[in-house]
Design a protein around this ligand. Structure first.
Ligand code: OGA
Ligand code: NI
Length: 357
């Protein structure tokens, strides 16, 4: 299995270069089957919940409980919410997003120095999955390891723009802290000890990576997707979306809901590992990204993950005779090999592990 992850099955094409070449029709490789195309249905007047984190750990018991209740219902009903009053500097968020936009606007030769391979995925990439002939998504990305520290290698991070590495460190430290607080809130709201999820993730030894997505303008946005439907394989995702271009869609009752980004909010979503640990009380929900012909879009996804070689399984406290364990133990390393081989494909994987328990 590892062998087939050594290199890409065909020459890598940068989507941004395609976009900038001025083509009027997208290559066939990016055309999705009709059932997967955006469809641009009339937008429902619903959106994912917005959660004010100001009182997440308030000493006022009522305010604290109220916040946990909204988090809990968002994680059960949607698997997604937008977090405001999260405590992270808006200025830092903006600077970090803009430095990445500048990175993607650098000449191709500069970015190519960071070209990635499917062995670790670190660096500048244009596809997920190594299946020859696969239909591809309309995006490029940069992927890097933030934690554990021994995997962190700033020399693999962009040296240009010159403030990029410092900003990654500063931003990473802040979002890591926020993820820890969210995990605590989720543990309590599941009726577990406040450190349950953090400890089950490996305590101090968790994993974290950053994936910066760049969705270039697309001449035929109705035929393709920026990122195909998937659920995030890891623990918890903190997404910093573009400040003025929507694109993320979340699946709800079989329909796709386009998220309207609230200014300065983070989009938080439950990954497959929290669905497993919560024995499916919290849901890791399918999402995808649509593109448009008018504007590029940049987003930063920070993935807060369990230590890669720990066995992940439903919390004993959430397993009973009435509600047996829905999943058998598996390490995150083993789990994520699937998406790294086959690319994004809905929730087939977590469903697969359900049916094979
Ligand atoms: C992801 C993701 C959404 C977005 O990177 O896993 O779902 O809006 N990104 O870019
Ligand atoms: Ni995702």
């Amino acid at each position: 299995m590892m062998n087939c992850l050594q290199s890409w099955p065909e020459p890598v094409v940068r989507v941004q270069s395609l976009s900038e070449s001025g083509i009027r029709a997208i290559p066939e490789r990016y055309i999705k089957p009709p059932s997967d195309r955006p469809g641009f249905e009339k937008q429902e007047h619903v959106d994912i919940p917005v959660v004010d984190l100001k009182n997440m750990f308030s000493h006022d018991h009522t305010l604290h409980e109220e916040t946990l209740k909204v988090i809990s219902s968002a994680c059960k009903e949607w698997g997604f919410f937008q977090a405001v009053n999260h405590g992270i500097s808006h200025e830092l968020m903006k600077r970090t997003r803009e430095v990445w936009r500048e990175f993607f606007n650098l000449p191709l030769e500069v970015k190519q120095e960071y070209a990635n391979a499917p062995t670790t995925y670190e660096g500048y990439g244009s596809r997920l999955g190594v299946q020859k002939g696969a239909i591809l998504d309309w995006s490029d990305y940069f992927f890097l390891h933030y934690l554990p520290v021994y995997l962190r290698n700033p020399s693999k991070w962009p040296s240009l723009p010159s403030s990029c590495r410092d900003l990654i460190s500063e931003y990473g430290a802040e979002v890591e802290k926020l993820c820890g607080r969210l995990l605590k809130a989720m543990s309590i709201s599941l009726g577990l000890k406040e450190d349950y999820l953090q400890n089950a993730f490996g305590g101090e030894d968790i994993g974290a990576c950053l994936r910066v997505n760049f969705y270039p303008k697309c001449p035929q946005p109705d035929l393709t997707l920026g990122l195909s439907s998937h659920s995030d394989p890891g623990g918890l995702t903190l997404l910093l979306p573009d400040h003025d271009v929507a694109g993320l869609q979340v699946r709800k009752n079989g329909k796709w809901i386009t998220v309207k980004p609230v200014p300065n909010a983070f989009i938080v979503n439950v990954g497959d590992q929290i669905q497993v640990m919560s024995n499916a009380i919290y849901k890791s929900v399918e999402h995808r990204v649509i593109v448009n012909s008018a504007k590029d879009r940049v987003s930063l996804a920070f993935f807060y993950n369990p230590k890669s070689d720990l066995l992940i399984e439903p919390a004993k406290e959430l397993v009973s005779e009435d509600r047996p364990a829905l999943y058998s133990p598996m390490t995150f390393d083993e789990y994520r090999l699937y998406i790294r081989t086959y690319g994004p494909c809905g929730k087939t994987q977590v469903e697969f592990s359900e049916s094979n328990r």
